[in-house]
Design a protein around this ligand. Structure first.
Ligand SMILES: [Zn+2]
Length: 130
């Protein structure tokens, strides 16, 4: 994939660091924390700082290139599959597994609070080892 034109299309200036981060995270559908992105970048000899990684991930999120999953206050995962879908989260192994959007149906859905409209629905099903 040409990350340079992808970032430009989103109005993001394609700096060397941002391109390095894009090539790690957007390479395939995957779920990575900022720390995991850092580890993968270090492995390939990159010197991108942690602050740059955090800022870039926020930027990618705002532009819709990645989704942010806030699993708990200590764990934010970036999902390179930016389309609507749901997740299993294994609280024992920390594994995040995709659930296709169509595999969850609602029989009942609450009325939205006055003056609001639905933006997105994202279900996180927490699981654990037997
Ligand atoms: Zn996902």
């Amino acid at each position: 994939m040409n990350y340079k034109s992808l970032l430009k299309k989103e109005g993001i200036s394609p700096t060397k660091q941002r391109l390095e981060i894009a090539s790690i995270l957007l390479d395939k559908p995957q779920h990575l924390s900022a720390d995991q992105v850092l580890i993968l970048l270090r492995r390939q000899g990159s010197k991108v700082s942690k602050a740059t990684i955090y800022n870039t991930l926020k930027l990618f999120k705002l532009s819709g290139l990645v989704r942010e999953l806030n699993i708990d206050s200590a764990r934010t995962i970036y999902d390179s599959a930016a389309y609507t879908h749901h997740h299993f989260y294994n609280i024992d192994t920390f594994e995040v597994i995709d659930i296709p959007k169509d595999e969850i149906n609602f029989d009942a859905f609450p009325s939205l609070p006055y003056g609001t409209k639905k933006d997105d629905i994202e279900i996180l099903i927490k699981i654990r080892q037997k």
